[in-house]
Design a protein around this ligand. Sequence first.
Ligand code: FES
Length: 211
Amino acid sequence: MLRRRAARFATRTSLASAPNQGREIKSVAEAASAHAGEDTTRRDFIYIAAGAVGAVGAAATIWPFVDQMNPAADTRALSTTEVDLSAIVLGQQIKVMWQGKPVFVRHRTADEISRAQRDDFASLKDPQSDAERLVQEDGQPGRPEWLILQASCTHLGCVPTFVEGSSFGGWFCPCHGSDYDTSGRIRRGPAPANLLVAPYLFLNDTSIRIG
Ligand code: FES
């Protein structure tokens, strides 16, 4: 009798305590999982922070080398040439040096301009309108009376001469007889292309910067 009562008590105790044990185990697992999540987030933050610091450090280390590759102010000044236009009379041209190369700065007459514009419609070996050849470095239109050309024949590099009354009214290359018109476009002879336009920009009404 006593043994049977003890057995019944033991069964009731074990049934009553089992659900609590389950809850306890579950809440421990949840806590562990939450802790693991916190750890992961903290670890991610540390990696990102370390990466960001690394990137900033690398940029700071590389910058002096990159900066060193930028041309110094005096080098930049040497790569451009400023020209005062006020002294160049109508129908005259001067030759200036830009980066060691000769450049023509021509003050064109009304007749030269109208001839150049008329010949936009001629049969051209290297088709280009006069207006396109005047465009400034920043994309703004140029001024028809000023033509800025590299003074180098596109055949073999001789310096052409402006010849009044020549067949096309512009430059003639004495080396092998190439003829350019009043826009510097090749019209006859062995040169394959127009005289190159030098990159330039009007700084004000009376001066330009080449380069
Ligand atoms: S170099 Fe000018 S025509 Fe040959």
